[in-house]
Design a protein around this ligand. Structure first.
Ligand code: SF4
Length: 233
């Protein structure tokens, strides 16, 4: 599979998001799922997927620190698309994490907190699958700029599908408005990128779209889409 993906990678670059999704659903059947945190990109992708396959699989890593607005959007997604969102939780509930590692780990060691609450649950979920679909865009962070629409995920060892890798934020929002896709109401309150309550703030005029994530630290990614350069196959 790894070799087939390497051959397909260039060809897939000319495919539309819907063509990439069709390929993923036809190739992997029930062994592929969309991973989403229900940001604007994720919502556009979920809507597109619903037009390609009605019973698509969708999962989310619930850190148990999400905004009420995000939880309410998850409920809306389940109703609108008539699917059950598969929720994956960290091994330690927040109180146990605090007992084991002290209060406010996110403030003292956000990498460890993200590893426990995002990366480990994701790794566990991906073991069930042959491929996962994400809504990352190349211009979001420096780690994402080399993302292929179809690629081998060296970090987690399965196929990774990024149908809107070449889209801009403007295209995402055009799609959302044209198709009347529901979205997180925090976006209307200057939260262009939304994660956990502890590590997300509204952006100020002129700031980068991801400036509200882990503000005040050099961290820009939770680790789900980061590849250490030395591990690239
Ligand atoms: S975003 Fe913050 S609270 Fe959420 S898992 Fe990462 S460090 Fe912890």
């Amino acid at each position: 599979m790894k070799d087939e993906i390497a051959e397909l990678r260039l060809t897939a670059e000319s495919w539309s998001p819907q063509e990439v999704l069709s390929w993923a659903f036809e190739t992997f059947g029930n062994e592929v799922a969309i991973s989403s945190a229900f940001g604007a990109e994720g919502m556009a992708l979920i809507d597109m997927a619903s037009h390609v396959r009605k019973d698509f699989r969708l999962f989310t890593v619930d850190t148990e620190f999400l905004f009420p607005e995000t939880y309410s959007l998850i409920d809306r997604v389940e109703q609108k698309y008539a699917i059950k969102v598969e929720r994956v939780f960290p091994l330690l509930p927040p109180e146990e994490q605090e007992r084991a590692l002290g209060a406010a780990l996110w403030a003292r060691d956000p990498d460890q907190c993200c590893n426990l609450r995002k990366v480990e649950p994701l790794r566990r979920k991906l073991r069930e699958l042959d491929a996962w679909i994400t809504s990352i865009r190349r211009d979001q962070t420096s780690f994402r700029k080399g993302a292929g629409k179809i690629e081998w995920d060296v970090k987690f060892g399965l196929v990774k599908v990024n149908p809107i890798a070449d889209w801009t934020s403007q295209q995402v929002w055009r799609y959302i408005r044209e198709h009347k896709v529901p979205y997180n109401t925090l976006h209307d309150r200057n939260y262009p990128s939304i994660g956990c309550t502890h590590c997300t703030r509204a952006v100020r005029p002129g700031e980068d779209a991801r400036a509200g994530r882990w503000a005040g630290s050099s961290k820009t990614e939770c680790g789900l889409h980061m590849i250490e350069p030395l591990t690239i196959a």
